[in-house]
Design a protein around this ligand. Structure first.
Ligand SMILES: NC(=O)C1=CN([C@@H]2O[C@H](COP(=O)(O)OP(=O)(O)OC[C@H]3O[C@@H](n4cnc5c(N)ncnc54)[C@H](O)[C@@H]3O)[C@@H](O)[C@H]2O)C=CC1
Ligand SMILES: O=C([O-])CC(=O)C(=O)O
Length: 347
């Protein structure tokens, strides 16, 4: 008798939670249909990123593309009982089909670093990969928002812009270098040092995405932590700048950040989708075409909207330490941008 009552109460609980789940899924399905494409979906970042995008209720169609291994990843992810339909595409002959109708294209295709390498050492291989993929984007989904993850981001974003310009499809509002992982790291490291709950922490990170071009603005971090010494701020800055290398060394030849990058990439794509859907005040840092400095591309806070970039926000007030960091990063960032532009126009 007692167990029958317990069973009834469990069933009742389950039926009320499943009806609330149903309501939630109805409301997510009333969000507009959105197609998200992951290029490089079978890779170290691509796989967990595909998983996270499958969990995103704003996605109605998830298209997974790679030169190899996509059918397995797509079959696996497709069994998850969430909104989006999943299709896997393999091989260049299927790239067009993968891209057609895309709202957001995320690009984690390309080789990762090994210990001792800089991101720029990836240029020779990844520049060509990115150029090929962007040529196809210009042809098959010229209006999609492009989230560039492939390194060196400081050069691959300018390459993409040149490819789109040549194809006559360039819209500076739709091209983003994904620097979210720098923000994710800055938040984590700051919360640890300042001993504040990480969930409420905000830290803008500006500049670019390599070494000293990554400039976290801890003077603007919230909640404020007046107790941090200048030595601690210097150490936090250096750890954020070297975050990628910390992971590359710990993985000892087996690649670079994949899981934290998938998380960061999924956060940024979600922000793009929210912007497209008209959610107000969606602000994320990203490496975009910019007038914030004399350089044509720069990472700073960006307000996202129905057409992509709605507004590139300024730097705000900087500490003397950050002003020095900004001066120091400009020459390196300039030369990485020029290298990308030159490559796209010569090859
Ligand atoms: N922006 C950022 O913050 C970060 C960027 N990265 C970069 O992301 C890239 C990918 O890293 P991982 O996933 O760890 O590498 P990975 O080697 O595990 O995966 C790369 C995938 O790209 C695929 N691929 C290669 N050429 C392709 C093409 N032409 N079309 C489609 N797919 C192609 C490969 O088959 C592979 O599945 C690297 O360049 C890495 O440096 C990594 C971490 C953070
Ligand atoms: O460090 C790397 O090569 C990968 C990367 O961009 C990061 O983890 O920030």
């Amino acid at each position: 008798m007692k167990s029958a009552i317990m069973l009834r109460s469990i069933l009742k609980k389950n039926s009320s939670s499943s009806s609330s789940l149903l309501r939630r899924s109805y409301s997510s399905e009333s969000a507009p249909p959105r197609k998200v494409v992951v290029l490089g979906a079978a890779g170290g970042i691509g796989q967990p990123l595909s998983l996270l995008m499958k969990l995103n209720p704003l996605v109605s169609s998830l298209s997974l593309y790679d030169i190899a291994g996509t059918p397995g990843v797509a079959a696996d992810v497709s069994h998850i009982n969430t909104r989006s339909e999943v299709v896997g595409y393999m091989g260049e002959e299927n790239l067009g089909k993968a891209l057609e109708g895309a709202d957001v294209v995320i690009i984690p295709a390309g080789v990762p670093r090994k210990p001792g390498m800089t991101r720029d050492d990836l240029f020779n291989i990844n520049a060509g990969i990115v150029k090929g993929l962007c040529t196809a984007i210009a042809k098959y989904c010229p209006h999609a928002l492009v989230n560039m993850i492939s390194n060196p981001v400081n050069s691959t974003v300018p390459i993409a812009s040149e490819v789109f310009k040549k194809a006559g499809t360039y819209d500076e509002k739709r091209l983003f270098g994904v620097t979210t992982l720098d923000v994710v790291r800055a938040k984590t490291f700051y919360a640890g040092k300042a001993k504040v709950p990480v969930a409420g922490v905000n830290v803008p990170v500006v500049g670019g995405h390599a070494g000293i071009t990554i400039l976290p603005l801890f003077s603007q971090a919230t909640p404020t932590a007046n107790s941090l010494s200048s030595e601690e701020i210097t150490a936090l800055t250096k750890r954020t700048q070297d975050g990628g290398t910390e992971v590359v060394e710990a993985k000892a030849g087996k690649g670079s950040a994949t899981l934290s990058m998938a998380y960061a990439g999924a956060l940024f794509a979600d922000a793009c989708l929210k912007g497209l859907n008209g959610v107000p005040d969606v602000v994320e840092c990203s490496f975009v075409q910019s007038n914030v400095t004399e350089l044509p591309f720069f990472a700073s806070k960006v307000r996202l909207g129905k057409n992509g970039v709605e507004e590139v926000l300024g730097l705000g007030s900087l500490s003397d330490f950050e002003k020095q960091g900004l001066e120091a990063l400009l020459p390196e960032l300039k030369s990485s941008i020029e290298k990308g532009i030159k490559f796209a126009n010569q090859n």
